[in-house]
Write a protein that binds this ligand. Sequence first.
Ligand SMILES: CC(C)=CCC/C(C)=C/CC/C(C)=C/CC/C(C)=C/COP(=O)(O)OP(=O)(O)O
Ligand SMILES: O=P(O)(O)OC[C@@H](O)CO
Ligand SMILES: [Mg+2]
Length: 247
Amino acid sequence: MILPALSRARHAGRKLLAVLIDPDKVNRQKLEQLGQYADAGCIDYFLWGGSLVNEPQSAHYLRYLKTHTDVPVLLFPGSVYQLDEHADAVLLLSLISGRNPELLIGHHVTVAGRIKQMGLSTIPTGYLLIDGGRPTSVSYMSNTTPIPADKPAIAAATALAGEQLGLQLIYLDAGSGAVHPVAADMIRAVREEVDLPLVVGGGIRSVEQARKALSAGADLLVVGNGLERDVQWLPDLAEVVHAGVRV
Ligand SMILES: CC(C)=CCC/C(C)=C/CC/C(C)=C/CC/C(C)=C/COP(=O)(O)OP(=O)(O)O
Ligand SMILES: O=P(O)(O)OC[C@@H](O)CO
Ligand SMILES: [Mg+2]
């Protein structure tokens, strides 16, 4: 059960790290290496997905990863084509920072029956796209306007509305490859407003940036590109995350 585990970690002051795997940019060797890091305790969750996934081997790679680690794999789908019953759960994203009805509820209706048939557990997630200094794949593909980086009050009100609607997790994302990760004051404003596990990602490329996001109140950090480029700093990153932060 992912949500209870996130909530327990949060109340115990334990911070968590997720590595985002882009199925289009992976191979067996990278998966084996990440599986080893995961089993060594560096990684708490894998996120699996992309705004656009073209790799025909994606389902095969997901099963391959599952045979190499016991760490849960959560789908992070950019589209309805990215569901897979071999994952442990799906982040059922509703893009609440945007006003694109298909990404708020439309696609969810399309796949509701399929998710049920697959027996895939769902994590109802309020997904907020925050301006990270440049257009990203998600802002372009979703055709939505990110929340301005210097408007924490808008992010906090959006997250609060998500909580009041019954969503179970808030994900603040500056977008993959963002120039600037989500700013500390925005994370803090959301943390103060909602009592849900808080996921923060997009543009985190250093241990210092990770530390700032954690101190501001992030519970689970997501790193993709930064580790895709160079996995060497993963043990240092994991150490900082797992050292925990008193907030
Ligand atoms: C309901 C279902 C199953 C699907 C719709 C899901 C929604 C609402 C998606 C919202 C917007 C979206 C496109 C999210 C994708 C998030 C994601 C997996 C980002 C990963 O990064 P990339 O954007 O692929 O980055 P790169 O360009 O670096 O590869
Ligand atoms: O690839 P990066 O920039 O680490 O972003 C990860 C994730 O939050 C994007 O949706
Ligand atoms: Mg991608």
